[in-house]
Design a protein. Structure first.
Length: 153
């Protein structure tokens, strides 16, 4: 009969225990909830990264239209051309579509002709401003154009 009082004493204890168990259950529930949210965020990020990777990998592929002029299109002449000449001249290597002057892909000028055109202003009719560029810049653009249209330098 010693056990009876124990049980009686346990009564209130087990009630408290019950409360703390409920609290533990809540905490566990919240913790699991957080884990689920974290897992969702993680899988979203992973999914996003995986989705990004093929885009980056595909990046250079569509540029397969004109693989040859690409090295030239990265140089200073390419930048100068698109800012100083592209508004009037079409040149595929520079993505320029100007129509005021002749299409340079068709004309295929060599570097010397381009330098002369820059110095004199096109063929000298006044339709193309003379001296748009000079010195090194004129030469860089001329080299870029000649290289791009395949006329040599
Ligand atoms: C305002 C418009 C305009 C700009 C800007 C321009 N051009 Fe021209 N370009 C022309 C026209 C128009 C012609 C046709 C020839 C003429 O009437 O003089 C021409 C002709 C040319 C020719 C052919 C010349 C010939 O003897 O047949 C070359 C090469 C040329 N341009 C290169 C360039 C370069 C390189 C640039 C940039 C530095 C440039 N152009 C900027 C309008 C322009």
């Amino acid at each position: 009969m010693e056990e009876q009082p124990k049980t009686a004493e346990d009564g209130p204890d087990s009630g408290e225990e019950k409360e703390s168990r409920t609290l533990q259950a809540w905490l566990a529930g919240i913790a699991i909830g957080c884990l689920v949210v974290a897992a969702m965020i993680a899988s979203y990020e992973i999914g996003k990264n995986n989705a990004d990777t093929p885009v980056v990998a595909d990046g250079p592929a569509p540029a397969g239209e004109k693989p040859a002029p690409e090295p030239a299109a990265a140089g200073p002449g390419a930048t100068l051309f698109s800012t100083s000449c592209g508004s009037c001249h079409t040149l595929a290597a520079s993505d320029s579509t100007g129509t005021a002057g002749p299409n340079l892909d068709d004309l295929q000028p060599d570097a010397a002709l381009v330098v002369a055109a820059i110095e004199n202003g096109g063929a000298g009719t006044g339709a193309m401003p003379a001296g748009l560029l000079s010195g090194d810049e004129a030469q860089q653009v001329a080299d870029f154009v000649a290289e791009s249209v395949g006329s040599g330098q």
